[in-house]
Ligand binder design. Sequence first.
Ligand SMILES: [Zn+2]
Length: 239
Amino acid sequence: MDSFERYSRQFMLKQTGIEGQEKIGQAKILVCGAGGLGSPVIAYLAAAGIGSIGICDFDTVNLSNLNRQFLYGYKDIGSKKAATAKDFIKNLNPETKITVFEEKLTAGNIDSVMKGYEIAIDAADNFDTRFLINAAAYRNGIPLISGAVCEFEGILTAVVPKESTACFQCVYPFKPADEKTFGIFGAVCGVIGSLQALETLKLILNLETLKNKLLIYDGLQNSFRIKELAKRKNCAVCG
Ligand SMILES: [Zn+2]
């Protein structure tokens, strides 16, 4: 009955209903990265009642993370992010089961980490990991919600391998020559991370998502643009 009250504002939505809320409660979602994007993704998915969330992050909390990574506080500096995120969620929604993967994702472990999850979320902070997640999701037929931010901008797309949609590597075939540390406001991560959580919930509820579409957010101009995406010929992953 506690759940009834907790999720009442969600299943009031005709797109959710009790049936949709049950689907959300049974969903198993893997979040790769518990940083600036991962914080809003993990918090909103747990708050929405996702049954099981895998949190994959090998990093520890440092002071410069705290302008955007709100799962952590000052006393968490030096602690492992994934385990600390689990503690945050235990308080927010004890009904969500959290599994922690405190290992760096590699070609050797990514398939076993993804196994059993029905949707993966790319909330990583570097291109090598993004390419790895995208390829593994495609190979394993797992839908992927891919989001990224840089300065005031963000992008978002939904990759659904079983429908043979365009993938992240169709958008970025190669990684940039130099991946520098860039400036960012936490609120920009909040916009894109929140949208990643929403796309995930919409996928679970079989609502229209950003398949074959790239959403481009510009926080300086307050603009959202949607660009149609096509599979790139000879894409190394989906071509
Ligand atoms: Zn592709």
